[in-house]
Design a protein around this ligand. Sequence first.
Ligand code: ZN
Length: 178
Amino acid sequence: MSTETRRDFEIESARRAGKDRPSSRIDYSKLVIVPDPDTAEWWAGTHEHKYLVRQCAECGHKWFPPLPACSNCTSMKLDWFETRGTGIIYGYAVVTQPILAAFTAAVPYIIGLIDLDDCLDIRGVPVRVKGIVLNTEEEVGIGLPVRAVFESTDDPNIVVPHWTVSGDRPGCWRFAEK
Ligand SMILES: [Zn+2]
């Protein structure tokens, strides 16, 4: 069974079981993820299967990734906003070359730009985040809805969010068929 076929099988099996047991096939034993003061609470959120974005306590602006000051008003009085963990694929790319050894078994995989659907910035523009979409190239398309799923790692304190297609949208844009 090829790597891609095996991954498809695992994802489909998890779907049939009705459970969120995503597998990106990333070898987390080859990665060290160390939360810093700007991200520690975000990682605490993913541990609870929450997808958080930064929100300014002064002006209400929301953004991601969590920088130490508001990108609208520069205030350092910051809160977190708990999103529903759902969004729409704005764009995506297929990664076929692993840059790090941890990703050797993960390729090919999809990196998606996700517009969160309950989370607007100060301009009224959806907050856009990046992440791995745990679907095959044939299953993804621009405009499709996705939801966050959370993958455990070798470190019990580190849970990594990914995305999975959660519905259909006829006529969505896909790369030209092979
Ligand atoms: Zn602000």
